[in-house]
Design a protein around this ligand. Structure first.
Ligand code: PEP
Length: 253
């Protein structure tokens, strides 16, 4: 059985006060809408992580960071290491989000290093991949996804088993355009097949693959019903407690 997961990427949003209010609102929602068998992860800005950790005590909700340094420690001004994140109780970390690939020129080499740093420090990477509209329409879809998967598939098997994958078509992120359930299932099945080629059927069937891209309460159920979709990475809708918890309660399988 694969883990079902819903993760909220808050990106560079919210003041400290707003972040705590949203955390409290999520707790209130959870007290009246108990989740069934779904792992919930909140991914705020670095600077709110430690404070949110204490607010989330005993709720079963996990915390994730939005990025990590590729270095262990030392003279790297402005960077945050995997061991620092672990030391404040962070368990997950996004890697390779399309906004970081676009604005910070994240590439496979750097992402490989970050994957190692996270896994060695016992954090779970949520490794994001996804094509732009030009790439999809230009017929390069499968090659692009295969290439983006490389840092994950190059890991040793016992390392790969620690990661979560997230398929996020760039054209659907923050645009209001959502992949149809057919498009999402097709890509998730392709990604799982690539994992199977690398590590065999057992590992592939245990790997959680999340969908991200304008997922909201009105389309989550249809997406999460797809055989190979194991949950969602949610941007905009994760900033509204009611919507986020409604998405997390959209599994029918
Ligand atoms: C994201 O940024 O990971 C994302 C899926 O954003 P949105 O839900 O707003 O499209």
């Amino acid at each position: 059985m694969r883990d079902k997961i819903v993760a909220g990427n808050w990106k560079m949003n919210l003041t400290s006060e707003e972040a705590i209010r949203l955390t409290e609102d999520i707790k209130i929602q959870l007290s009246t809408n108990a989740l069934k068998d779904v792992k919930l992860i909140l991914i705020p800005s670095y600077i709110y992580l430690e404070k949110m950790k204490s607010y989330l005590n005993n709720t079963g909700v996990f915390l994730g960071a939005q990025d990590v340094s590729s270095r262990n420690n030392g003279a790297y001004t402005g960077e945050v290491s995997a061991s620092m994140l672990k030391s404040i109780g962070v368990d997950y970390c996004l890697l390779g989000h399309s906004e970081r690939r676009q604005y910070h020129k994240e590439n496979n080499e750097g992402l490989s290093e970050k994957l190692y740093r996270l896994i060695e420090n016992k954090l779970t990477p949520i490794f994001c991949i996804g094509e732009t509209l030009e790439e999809r329409e230009g017929g390069q879809l499968y090659e692009i996804i295969k290439n983006q998967l490389k840092p994950a598939l190059d890991l040793k098997e016992n390392y790969f088993k620690k990661i979560i994958l997230a398929y996020e078509p760039v054209w659907a992120i923050g645009t209001g355009l959502t992949a149809t359930s057919h498009q999402a299932q097709e890509m998730h099945a392709f990604i799982r097949k690539e994992v199977e080629k690398g590590f065999g059927d057992g590992v592939a069937s245990e790997t959680s693959i999340l969908y991200g891209g304008s997922c909201k309460p009105s389309n989550a159920q249809e997406l999460f019903t797809c055989k190979d979709v194991d949950g969602g990475l949610i941007g905009g809708a994760s900033l509204v407690a009611e919507d986020f918890i409604s998405i997390a309660n959209s599994f029918t399988k």
